[in-house]
Design a protein around this ligand. Structure first.
Ligand code: GLN
Length: 481
């Protein structure tokens, strides 16, 4: 009875936790759901300490949103996910130093241009063989996925292109000699060099043809485009745009960036400095994993019972589910729920719902197999004994088989939870700032990849160690019970 109460209470708590996220999203009015890719300093990056998104684009969209009477809510995702997220109605506007191109104009509406940029080549200081784009023929060129820089790189004859999720990773590939050069937006490369990248790297040649940045909106959202263009024109006229521009690109901007870079701690003290931000990310990792494994447990139990029920259609259905889920990567399942499902249901999908449902359904398939193994490991004679005592199949399952199976599945369930703690990093693609993404965003600002990944690994290790200890304790208690 006690156990049943505990299970019901836990279920209610988990459901409340899940629904509180959905309700929070539903109660806000006239909200402008903005997404960005915050590894693009000085346009968008995460502020030191607070973890807030800052930069030219961020201040601009907050000012434009306010002027147009919207409450701006900013989330983050990969650059290549921004347009799909707009199309799936998951966000209203994307601002990420996005170049207005003819191809993109087929997919989304753009605001009036708000910044003029252009691409530039960056290479190592000790490389004298690269002086222009022609010299990149046959070379290894790094770029960020889905960007105009990547497109330019792909147009170079015989060049080998290596694509990365963030532009800071592409820059670091050049530093680490994995690539001969990178092609990226000139202001971002300039910022990187000012922040200390100039110790190893330099730009070569002139800025290529001019590119204009625009804010992207859904192709049918003409009203929003009007509102945004009107507000943009107004803040240009009242001097607010100039103020923001000066702050990020004026004479003092470079000095501020340099001073910030010099102020930055290194080694162990830097790792300690970033720990609070990483721990916040770890909180999200634990929340996503715990909810997913919990719902996965319920799904898994139901599927295992269906599979062993002896009812042919049910057991075929359960087997198909397990095969489909185990046969496709979790990342694809997340994409299916977040980007493809809205096309079918005609409504946006909340990212929290997408993350938890994709991970739970994924975990459910593995847990179903764990349960099946657990149930089948119980001696067949016990079922026969139960039945001959007058119990039904379900009563024997519930009172005799499942309680024993539960004890046996504790170690593999621990493994499942540990696997989910690590796999949950995939939800970062739809905007979750869990532990791995936090690390990525800190690197985008500091370029200190060694310290950051070491600290991230350490936090994961503490979490997984705690889970395996917990599982060990539970196992011991179950044995003595
Ligand atoms: N301006 C480039 C593009 O639109 C790069 C943008 C980015 O990486 N955030 O493709």
């Amino acid at each position: 009875m006690k156990k049943l109460c505990f299970l019901i209470m836990t279920s209610i708590m988990m459901l409340c936790l899940s629904f509180s996220h959905l309700c929070m999203a539903a109660t806000q009015e006239k909200v402008l759901r903005v997404a960005t890719e915050p590894s693009f300093a000085p346009f968008e990056f995460q502020e030191e300490g607070s973890g807030e998104f800052t930069g030219f684009d961020m201040e601009l969209i907050r000012a434009v949103g306010k002027q147009a009477g919207y409450k701006v809510v900013i989330s983050n995702m990969g650059f290549d996910a921004l347009i799909p997220a707009l199309k799936a109605k998951n966000i209203d506007l994307a601002i990420a130093g996005m170049t207005i191109t003819e191809e993109r104009k087929q997919q989304v509406l753009f605001s009036d241009p708000y910044y003029t940029s252009g691409l530039i080549i960056m290479t190592r200081k000790d490389n004298d063989s690269i002086k222009s784009i022609k010299d990149l023929e046959g070379k290894v060129v790094a770029a960020q996925i889905g960007t105009s820089g990547e497109k330019k790189a792909r147009s170079i004859k015989n060049a080998k292109i290596v694509s990365f999720n963030t532009n800071s990773e592409a820059s670091m590939e050049v530093v680490n000699k994995g690539a001969d050069a990178s092609i990226n937006d000139a202001p971002v490369v300039g910022y990187y060099l000012v922040q200390g990248g100039d110790k190893t790297c330099k730009t070569v040649g002139e800025k290529m043809e001019a590119e204009e940045y625009g804010m992207a909106m859904r192709i049918d959202n003409i009203q929003l485009q009007k509102d945004i263009n009107k507000a943009l024109a107004e803040i240009k006229a009242n001097g607010e745009y100039d103020k923001i521009y000066k702050k990020w690109f004026g004479e003092e901007a470079n000095a501020t960036a340099k001073a910030q870079a010099q102020k930055q701690a290194t080694g162990l003290s830097f790792m300690i400095d970033i720990l609070p931000l990483l721990l916040q990310g770890a909180g999200i990792t634990i929340e996503v994993s715990a909810l997913s494994v919990f719902f996965g447990l319920l799904i898994g139990l139901a599927v295992a019972i269906a599979r062993l029920s002896g009812c042919k259609p049910l057991s075929i259905l359960a087997a198909c589910y397990v095969d489909f889920i185990r046969g496709t990567p979790l990342l694809v399942q997340i994409f299916l729920v977040y980007f493809a499902l809205p096309n079918i249901i005609g409504h946006r999908v909340d990212p929290f719902f997408a993350a938890i449902s994709a991970c739970s359904v994924n975990s459910g398939a593995y847990v179903a197999e764990i349960f099946r193994g657990g149930i089948q490991s119980i001696d067949r004679g016990q079922m026969e004994a139960g039945r001959s005592l007058g119990l039904t199949w379900w009563q024997t399952m519930k009172f005799i088989i499942i309680p024993q199976a539960f004890k046996r599945i504790i170690p593999p369930m621990g493994n499942e939870f540990i696997a989910m703690l690590k796999d949950s990093s995939l939800v970062s693609v739809i905007g979750f700032e869990e532990l791995t993404r936090r690390g990525q965003l800190i690197i985008a600002r500091t370029y200190a990849s060694f310290e950051v990944w070491l600290a991230v690994a350490f936090v994961y290790l503490i979490m997984t160690f705690a889970v395996s200890r917990l599982v060990g304790i539970m196992e011991k208690r179950m044995k003595t019970e």
